[in-house]
Design a protein around this ligand. Structure first.
Ligand SMILES: [Zn+2]
Ligand SMILES: [Zn+2]
Length: 357
């Protein structure tokens, strides 16, 4: 067994690079996975920009799959996994034992956003090996028919995009607006269609994202650089507004627009990462001065092997094909280039796939 491994770490706010660290070891309930494929996320860029403070020396990454390298004694005794088995691990790895987990909010494990452990509370998965806490609940076997790349999309893009549609409480045949058609927004669009939306309106301006938005199920895409999206959505819905608005981008402007386009009794579903500013304003009049029967829901990527199994089934059954999201491919040694491009979305980047030798 190798003693050390390469990882891609945050050296400080705005600074990243490759580093050597010891290969992690599994405690009794844990596992160590040898990484085979990973995806870079805009959340990683927010983290490096300082949104969580200085996570000095922390290994980045939270979307990865691989093979079981080590099992702790309790995890091994479960009999559910064997060494060398292909597994996917959600970006969120709750303990499934604490109060918030037992209350039904495992993404808030142990405290606000506490289920988000990779590259937040502990080293992430941009490494040749990564540690998985509470392995029985968090390791999801990858079905034989699924590639590592397909499975990697289930870790965050599908889980977050689909929970955005699930939390949006879309009535059958209802209308939905999805603000921004990046990778999570595209999966939210696909999710809105799966949940029975009758009208899906995307908001996006980047040409390759607009094309994918139409492919994944938008009936119309509004270019916010050419027209005011709130006015356009109200016009498309006969002045009524949509049943559900999905906020994926994490800006004050798109959040306010979501409140503005949601009809009374409707739902704003926020999964956007609001990475700066001290507050996120709610437009007072569009909110019915606080009495408009508009529900605002917030969700963090749900984790756990049961959900991962369902997401992988959707891909295996051909209900959702995430592979068009991969616009670029890199070996692990080139991850610095992938990361730099992801910050600016250079060259039409949507998701870069990182493969490990
Ligand atoms: Zn992510
Ligand atoms: Zn917990």
């Amino acid at each position: 067994m190798p003693a050390t491994m390469k990882c891609f770490v945050m050296h400080g706010v705005g600074r990243v690079g490759l580093a050597d660290k010891p290969v992690p070891r599994a405690g009794p309930n844990d596992a160590v996975v040898r990484t085979t494929a990973a995806l870079v996320c805009t959340s990683d860029c927010h983290t490096v920009a300082g949104a969580l403070g200085d996570r000095h020396g922390l290994t980045l990454g939270h979307e990865a799959v691989g093979v079981v390298h080590e099992l702790g004694e309790v995890a091994a005794a479960s009999g559910r996994f064997k060494l060398g088995q292909r597994v996917a691990v959600s970006a969120i790895t709750p303990c499934y034992a604490c109060d918030n987990c037992q209350r039904g909010y495992p993404s808030q494990c142990g405290g606000l956003l506490g289920g988000w452990k990779f590259a937040n509370l502990k080293d992430g998965s941009f490494a040749e090996y990564f540690h998985v806490n509470d392995a029985v609940a968090n390791l999801a076997p990858i079905p034989d028919g699924l590639t590592d790349e397909q499975a990697a999309y289930c870790c965050d893009m599908l889980s977050t995009g689909l929970v955005a549609a699930e939390a949006a409480d879309i009535p059958m045949g209802g209308s939905v607006a999805v603000f921004s058609q990046g990778p999570v927004g595209l999966m939210a669009t696909a999710g809105a269609r799966l949940r029975g939306a009758g009208l899906v309106i995307g908001v996006e301006s980047v040409p390759n994202r607009v094309a994918l938005a139409l492919k994944y199920g938008c009936d119309v895409v509004i270019d916010f650089t050419r027209e005011d999206p709130v006015a356009a959505i109200l016009k498309l819905t006969g002045g009524q507004g949509v049943d559900s608005a999905v906020e994926v981008l994490g800006t004050a402007a798109t959040f306010a627009a979501c409140v503005g386009v949601t009809r009374p009794g409707g739902t704003v579903s926020n999964v956007g990462y609001h990475g700066d500013g001290e507050s996120v304003p709610i437009p007072r009049l569009a909110w019915g001065v606080g009495m408009g029967d508009k529900t605002i829901r917030t969700s963090l990527c749900p984790g756990g092997s049961e959900r991962m199994g369902r997401l992988m089934r959707l891909v295996a059954a051909g209900r959702i094909d995430p592979l068009p999201l991969t616009t670029h491919r890199f070996g692990f040694g080139e991850i610095g280039t992938a990361f730099a491009m992801m910050r600016t979305k250079e060259d039409g980047m949507i998701k870069p796939l990182i493969t490990f030798a």
